[in-house]
Design a protein around this ligand. Sequence first.
Ligand code: ADP
Length: 483
Amino acid sequence: MKQITASELVKNSSYINGRWCDTPARFAVVNPANQQLLLEVADAGAAEAEQAVLAASAAFASWAALPAAKRSELLLRWYQLVMQHQQDLARLLTLEQGKPLSEAKGEIAYGASYMQWFAEEAKRLYGDTIPAPSADKRIIVQRQPVGVVTAITPWNFPNAMIARKAAAALAAGCSFVVKPAQQTPLSALALAELAEQAGIPAGVFNVVVGSDAKTIGAVLTQHPKVAKFSFTGSTAVGKQLLKQCADGVKRVTMELGGNAPFIVFDDADLDAAVQGLLASKFRNAGQTCVCANRILVQRGVYQAFADKLAIAITSLKVGDGVNSDSQIGPLIDDKALQKVTALVQGAVAEGAKLLLGGSSHSAGKQFFQPTLITEVSADMAISKEEIFGPVAPLMVFDSEAEAIALANSTDYGLAAYFYSRDIGRVFRVAQQLQFGMVGINEGIISNAAAPFGGVKQSGFGREGAKYGLDDYTDIKYLCLGGL
Ligand code: ADP
């Protein structure tokens, strides 16, 4: 923490209505690389969540009434401040989350890119005029901000998951309250400090940090002043929060879990596929919802691909994210380590072959070895659950139809990837994969210009692109008669 040069970015309490709100109770934020205490943070609860919603509600009308160009200017200022502090923000992120510094820097730039993108989109929130069915009428369609938006975000992208939602909400003219994951509140609070420095008015962007997610979540999903709720996290929690939103008929965006297939066809460029897989699978130690989870390889190239992948995995450097050469940091907590261990052991017990890794790593208590297992089958738990660890399970298939059937045999539908150089196959397979996003000869697919989101039990709603504003606006139809 001492190496963070802009000390004003290190905050230890919620940011509500432009004020830092202390509470007597505290909770600990620890470094997952070494379990050391980073900071004690004021533990907000239902009362603070309600204050934040009321502040956002009071701030909404004047924020929505600002010309789009002015909101755009403030978002751009926020973007610039985030980029100016990229190093410090990245360090804070690595300390509380564990990912390597180079990845953390990438996340800060990625999160900021949504501020820049939506600063531009704010000015293009166009409506329509529609030819009316009779001569004495005109039909005008406008898009208006939905109102107060609340959000709950996960620990795996402590900066970007907030930036991606807040930038779209603020651009549309909504005010915003977020509860970050309790493991990673510091990145969220640093964003609040920079929002204030950018001149975003009090009450427009609020951060409530607390250890009791359920209690805070109840307010954020059920308060009558909340118009829309946006969630990124597990499918199980998302389902619960969706039910909580039902009574108030809140608008909802759900970015839930994934179980991404990564298909390597026998006409693929195998070296490119290995590189794509490394990026998709091992980024953030395998803790992303778009991580390759099931690697399906056609029989003709199965052995060659496994050999190349083994060499690539062996060279991955595991260590504390603050070390400049580290490529794989720790898992977020001990529970995550236990889960990954159990999935690997279960697969091996059921007949899979362990080629590399398979247990915790000497770098520290929460580190897991980059792992490669082969001869995995679709009925094993490791194929059905999100692994959320640096484990690559390989499965063999024979035909294109079999690959598609295997890929789609999941309740999830977030991201899928495939490698092929056959143009006909590219279009056939892309069309049949039941996923919101498909990487074709590409392992990293998310950016601000593209719509991020899933189908099936991976959720609904899109973040980024021109579509990203849709979830934060209502369509209003004006009927002019008597002309
Ligand atoms: P993960 O397994 O990645 O931690 P979760 O869905 O458990 O995913 O957590 C994502 C976010 O949801 C976090 O901010 C967490 O605090 C919050 N959360 C977890 N359980 C609840 C709940 N019952 N009500 C509201 N928020 C919750």
